[in-house]
Design a protein around this ligand. Structure first.
Ligand code: CTP
Ligand code: MG
Length: 181
């Protein structure tokens, strides 16, 4: 696979993990997952992690994976490359893993004294990728090994922070997010 195809596949296969966080920003609000509970001085997770944001984020990511499955053939032939499709277990695991990674990062932020919205470089950019990949691996190990070659994984690790910073800056400019990270 050429470099360009590798980047296209990496982007495609991670789309169901990229979109949930942005959907959660738009859908957020309502009851926080931690129900206001604290651990030590700080909230367990904070008001930025809600049931609604998590549920909508996961559902949007899964819905997107189903849509991508339907158009993979056509888009693939236009681009001249074979695009992977998502088994149902993966269509659920990628977005749910992404949401859980983001939640785990908030847990770590609160334990390290960072307030809601405080930046946590590197963790903010990669938290969701690590758990999305881990959940996808558990959901479908064979599919995972076939799809996430070393080259694709490398592309994901380079591409993700760039896309994450870019989309968050845009969401901030558009007024959807309180901070540009
Ligand atoms: N959001 C949500 N549920 C989630 C994730 C995000 O409702 N599981 C919504 C919240 O409204 C949140 C916004 O999306 O404020 C932005 O998400 P994020 O930047 O992850 O949260 P922060 O508010 O910055 O909080 P934290 O410091 O815990 O990351
Ligand atoms: Mg934040």
């Amino acid at each position: 696979m050429g470099v360009l195809s590798t980047i296209v596949v990496a982007f495609w296969v991670m789309l169901p993990a990229y979109v949930p966080n942005n959907a959660a920003v738009l859908a957020g609000g309502g009851r926080p997952i931690d129900g206001g509970r604290t651990w030590g001085e700080s909230r367990l997770l904070g008001d930025g992690k809600t049931w609604r944001g998590t549920a909508v984020g996961t559902a949007v990511g899964t819905g997107l994976a189903v849509v991508l499955n339907a158009i993979a053939g056509d888009i693939g032939s236009v681009l001249g490359t074979t695009l992977p499709t998502f088994p149902l277990a993966v269509a659920l695991a990628l977005p749910f893993g992404a949401m859980c990674g983001d939640i785990a990062a908030s847990f770590l932020k609160r334990r390290t004294g960072r307030r809601r919205g405080a930046p946590f470089p590197v963790v903010d950019q990669l938290d969701f990728v690590v758990l999305a990949l881990a959940f996808a691996f558990v959901a479908a190990p064979g599919w995972f090994r076939e799809t996430f070659t070393i080259e694709v994984l490398a592309a994901v690790l380079v591409l993700t922070p760039i896309l994450h910073v870019g989309t968050n800056v845009i969401a901030y400019w558009l007024g959807f997010k309180d901070e540009p990270w």
